[in-house]
Each structure stands twice: as C-alpha cells, then as structure tokens.
Design a protein around this ligand. Structure first.
Ligand code: F6R
Length: 655
C-alpha cells in the first residue's frame, strides 16, 4: 500500500513537505492510519509506540478514527505511551475545558491505553513546582525512548503546542503566557475572555523537534494565512511552526481550505506552467490571474499591457487568448457580468426594450417572476449583516421573500437584556400573579449573583428576545412576520460548542421548510469553517435536506446562492453575483442591523475583530465596491457578493 501521506512534489517557495486533501475527514483518516501502522509495527517488534498528542478542534477526527480502528479493527493501544503537548494553567483536571478531560472524552476512555502510560502536563501543580514538573516531563519522554510520532495542530499565531511567538528554537517544556489572539480563540469555549486562562504548560519547540516524525494538521480557511507563513516564510520564532522546516521528517497535512493561500493554490502560474501542475486555464483561473495582475500593477483591467502580462510571467495566458487586449476584455466582462441590481431577475411587465438584461443569465428560473426566495440565516442576525441590502432589493422588486432563522442564538443574549425584559414585564403589570412571583425570584437572584438561573423557561425568554430582534430587522427590510420561520435547530443545544453535531431532527426540520416554501432562490451562509461551527453545520443541514429533495419538481428550477458570514468575504475571482447598494440602502441595512440590540458590543462572538456588526458590514461592502472600482468597473457605494451553485453542484461542494 502506498503511504497515504506521501507528500506532494516540492515547489521552490515551499520549505516543508505538504500533503493536501480535499476534506479534513479524508486527511484525518490517513493520519490515523499512519499512527495505527506505527502502533502495529511496534507491536510486532515487541516495543512501545511513543506518541506526542495534541488537543483542540483539529485532531478530533484523527481520534475518532483511532477509536473506530480500536473497536472495529481490533487495534490495541496496550503498547502505546502518550505525552500530551500542553495543558492550560492553572486549571483543574476535571474542568470541562481541560485537556485532561478532552483526551479522556476523545480517546483515552474509548481505547485500551494503560492509565500508567498517559502523560499530560499538570494544570494544578503548585507555582513553586512548575520548573521541576517541566523537567520531569522531559525526563519521562527521554526515559520512554523519545517521541516516535508527534501530532500537532497550529494556532492562528503560528504556535505549535503553546509555543507562542517569541518562543526560541531551543525552548524546553515550560510555563508560557498565552498570546491574546490564542485567548480570544479559546474564549468561546470558556464562556468569555475573562474566564480564559492566561497561561499554559507546554512542551517546548526543542522537545517537539526531537520527535522522530512530526505531522502537523490544519483545517479551514482561518488557518490559511498562517500556514502560508509557516510553509513559505523563513524559519522564525515569530511563527514557531516554521521551525518544522528544519526537521528531517515533518509533513504538513492540510485540507484545501487551509492550503488555499499557498502560492501553488492562489497564484500557481508563478510556480510554472499550469499543465505541469495538473491545472488548466479555465474561465476561473483566467479571471483569477487577470484580477491578480490588475491588483499587483494597481491598474484597471482594461489598462493592462502586454508588458504587464509578460513581466508577471503570464505570457502563457496571453498566448492562449491571443493578445493582452483580448485577455483584458475577457477579465473585464467576466467581472462586469457579475453585477446586477436585480438579484431575482426583472419583472417582464416593467422591462423596456433597451434595458440591460438581468444577470446572471443562466438561472433555470430566469423567466419566473416573481420568485419564491428563501434566505437562510444561521443566527438571527446573519441575514441583515451579510445580505441586508439584497433582501431589501428582493422585497422591493416584488419577490416572495421568506427568511428562516436556523438556530435560536439564545446563548448570546447578555444577562442585562434578560433583566431589562423581565423588569419591563413586571413593571408593566403584564405577568400573571403566579408568574410575577417567579419573575421576582429571578430578578432577586440576578441582583444577588449577577446571573439568572439556568432554566428552560429563561432559555426560552432569551430565544424570544432574539426572535423579536430578528422580526424587527425583517420589518425594516420589508419582510412580514408571516414569512419568518424560526427553526430552532436542536443541534445548537448541545452542552458545549464542540459537541454540536447534526441529528435527523435537524434535517427533518430543514426538509419540511424547503418543501413548504419550494424556493427558486436559496440564499445561505457559505462558511465551511466559521469560528463556532454553527454556519458550517447549518450548511451541512441544508445539504442533507436538499439531498432528500432531489426528486421534488421544485428543485429543478432552484439554485443556491452563498453569502459569507461576518468574518470574511469571497475572493474577487469567486464572485458570481455582485449586488450594488445605493447610499440609502446602506443606511437601511444599518438600521436593520441596529434592531439586534443584544448583539451590540458582544465581544464573546466577535472573534479577533472588535468592531460592531454594522461597522463590519459597512466596511466590507465599501471595500468590495472599492475593489470593483479599482478594477475599472463602476463606482458604487457598497456591494454584497454571492457565489452560485446549481443544486447538484452544491451537493458536491459541501461534501
Ligand atoms: C493543543 C495545542 C495547540 C492547538 C492549536 C490549534 O494541544 O497545542 O497548538 O493545536 O491551538 O487549535 P485548534 O485545533 O482548536 O484550531
């Protein structure tokens, strides 16, 4: 059998071997297989397999596959010795977020690894014993014969283990202060930054580099930039993963999203002829190269010259198209055809003979008017944040617009907002006598402890608060309450964010919605790796539900348009539809976003972007408009962008 992690042929700008898989699930299985083979080889030799293990969201699939191999293929862990990379400090072992708990939940409780063989840095050692504890940890690794295999994730700071920027090449196991970005990334799990530990005990860079084999995993677009720095940048203590460039047997195992910023993916023509890389100059690649060139040269597309193409190594493209002039026209028209002020098509009654055609032209429902439109909003505010202007347009242009709020979003309602609502209900005399006394108890508890009791009834109130905000925002957009669907998908109610997974009920709910609305246009958040995974799960729920609808006649005329959540925007070359907004529409969108009062200043869910949602939406729309302008297209106030999929393409995309 060939080694499934066989690295790709190296290209000159890459300083570490890479293995790239379409999806993280396939990659995780391949990595688990390598670990299983190591364990079995050591069993045959009568020795132990010494594994260095990582935690976090990345290796979950590897552990799941190892557990499956144990259960179904009798892989024994009796000869396995493990050393974990790190543990938060200080943190009790039984804390829900401790790496001790994590390892038991994902691996140790499900396989036959002897308890005495498990080593994890202690989150509770006394301050005075830390140094001795860390030295002993290194001694234990050495006594076990050194690490045969080290599994790693990578943080957005470029850390391996918790070796944050500044950690020297020769650093040993030690106490380290966590980088602010790392703490922000962990804040969601800990219920806010103020509850997130400031320190961790971590194996050092040296400890990791001493392992005989190192496999670093990275999934998702949010890792793409740091992967590029670690792979293509110089080896530096500012990105400790880059030190793996100096290891003899290290490989980075990536999914396509994490690999997407690498030169071989973003600008492959800089590496060599596309054919040599198994690529072709199709429409997308052509557009990407021309947009890239226009941005590089800071010139409008139609002003690019033969020399510009030649000097940037794009002779091959010009030769194929015929001339720089023709190449410019190709790129320009591709972009121009993405722009339309009629996202749902035009009313044939109101179209004048000389009017520009509504784009894009290939919609199977091009001649249907008005269209049934279903906007899927994972959280109650994603619709207005990411496509508020387009919703207004669709409504104003006479389409039948429905909005479905997929999860309740109750976890993001601050206690103050609950307090205000309860106080209002009490002061306005709107509570029955029985309810009034419960209400008084809750308020008293909040005033005493700063928090409301965790009850189903209060969760329901939080849900209602968000529903009211969504309904108020939809009113601003012109969508009546009768066309709002609150799905409250049950996956959202798992006890921790990491445990959320889709169940049959989630898919049933989505399927009922689709068959109820029978939409021509489905707008959905196209994020496959959002910070908390909710958008990804919602997209998968849509996928599963659509797959069940393949025989429904309505699906033949349907298409899926994906927008991006508040964290990101499509790359210019990915955009199929660009809806320009007028200054008045930008103000109206802002007013819709303002209706989501509980989401103001909600640091918990803002990731590392501290701006409020309306600021992000404004800025993102303006930037995209500026980018179109710089390419030499029209000058707009703001643009909202979408990527188009026919249903079968969508099913293949969200695998
Ligand atoms: C975990 C660890 C960290 C993580 C990294 C990525 O033991 O040492 O380096 O691997 O922070 O975390 P996730 O996988 O959650 O993105």
């Amino acid at each position: 059998m060939t080694d499934p992690l066989t690295p790709l042929a190296r290209v000159s700008c890459e300083h570490v071997p890479l293995s790239i898989f379409h999806r993280s699930t396939e990659a995780s299985r391949a990595v688990a297989r390598e670990i299983a083979e190591l364990i079995r080889a050591k069993q045959r030799a009568g020795t132990n397999a010494v594994l260095g293990l990582a935690t976090g969201s990345t290796p979950v699939g590897v552990y799941a596959e190892l557990v499956r191999l144990h259960r179904e293929e009798k892989l024994s862990f009796a000869n396995v010795v493990t050393f974990n990379l790190d543990e938060y400090y200080p943190l009790p072992e039984d804390h829900p977020q401790s790496y001790h708990r994590y390892m038991r939940a994902h691996l140790f409780d499900h396989v036959d690894v002897p308890a005495a063989n498990i080593h994890i840095p202690g989150g509770t050692v006394g301050a005075g014993e830390i140094e001795a504890h860390c030295r002993a940890y290194e001694d234990q690794i050495r006594a076990a014969g050194g690490l045969d295999f080290q599994l790693l994730g990578i943080g957005r700071t470029g850390h391996i283990g918790f070796n944050e920027p500044g950690s020297p090449r020769r650093s040993p196991t030690r106490l380290i202060a966590l980088d602010p970005l790392t703490r922000r990334d962990a804040a969601g799990d800990f219920g806010g930054e103020e509850h997130t530990p400031r320190y961790a005990l971590t194996m050092g860079v040296r400890t990791i580099l001493e392992a005989r084999r190192v496999v670093l995993l990275a999934w998702g677009e949010h890792k793409a930039a740091i992967i590029r720095a670690a792979v293509e940048g110089e080896a530096t203590s500012q990105v400790t993963a880059s030190f793996l460039q100096e290891h003899d047997d290290a490989v980075f195992v990536l999914d396509e999203a994490a690999a997407s910023a690498l030169t071989r993916r973003r600008t492959p023509w800089l590496i060599g002829p596309l054919e040599d890389q198994g690529l072709t100059w199709d429409d997308r690649m052509t557009r990407r190269a021309i947009l890239w060139l226009s941005q590089q040269r800071k010139k409008a597309i139609l002003k690019l010259t033969e020399d510009d193409y030649n000097e940037a190594g794009l002779q091959d493209l010009v030769r194929r198209i015929g001339s720089a002039y023709e190449a410019n026209r190709t790129g320009f028209y591709q972009m121009q055809h993405t722009i339309t002020g009629w996202p749902g098509g035009r009313d044939p009654q109101k179209t004048q003979p000389g009017d520009a055609p509504a784009r894009p032209l290939r919609a199977p429902s091009a001649n249907v008017f008005p269209k049934r439109v279903l906007v899927l909003s994972p959280h109650p505010d994603d619709d207005v944040i990411s496509m508020g202007g387009t919703v207004c347009r669709l409504v104003d242009q006479g389409h039948d617009v429905h909005i479905a709020y997929e999860v309740s979003g109750h976890t993001a309602v601050p206690e103050e907002a609950v307090w205000r609502t309860l106080q209002f209900t009490r002061d306005a005399g709107l509570a029955s006598d029985a309810a009034a006394s419960r209400l008084a108890d809750w308020i008293a508890e909040y005033e005493r402890t700063g928090a409301f009791p965790r009850s189903l009834e209060l969760k329901w109130f939080r849900t209602l608060i968000r529903r009211q905000e969504a309904a108020a925002a939809a009113r601003v957009s012109g969508v009546p309450a009768s066309k709002l669907h609150y799905l409250d998908l049950p996956f959202y109610d798992a006890d921790t964010v990491r445990r959320r997974q889709l169940g049959p009920e989630d898919i049933d709910i989505m399927e009922r919605l689709l068959n109820g609305v029978k939409p021509h246009l489905i707008y959905a958040a196209g994020d496959l790796d959002d910070p908390h995974g909710t958008h990804r799960l919602c997209l998968h729920a849509l996928r599963e539900a659509l797959a069940r609808c393949v025989k429904q006649p309505w699906l033949e005329a349907a298409e899926v348009w994906l927008y991006r959540g508040a964290w990101a925007e499509w790359q210019l070359d990915e955009i199929d539809l660009a809806v320009p907004l007028s200054p008045a529409e930008v103000v109206r969108r802002r007013r819709a976003i303002f209706q989501h009062e509980t989401q103001k200043d909600q640091a918990l869910f803002l990731g590392d972007d501290r701006r409020e949602f309306w600021q992000r939406a404004d800025d993102r729309g303006r930037r995209l408009a500026d980018a179109y302008n710089a390419l030499g297209l029209a000058e707009y106030e703001a643009i909202e962008a979408f990527k188009r999929y026919a249903p079968d393409e969508f099913l293949a995309y969200v695998r």
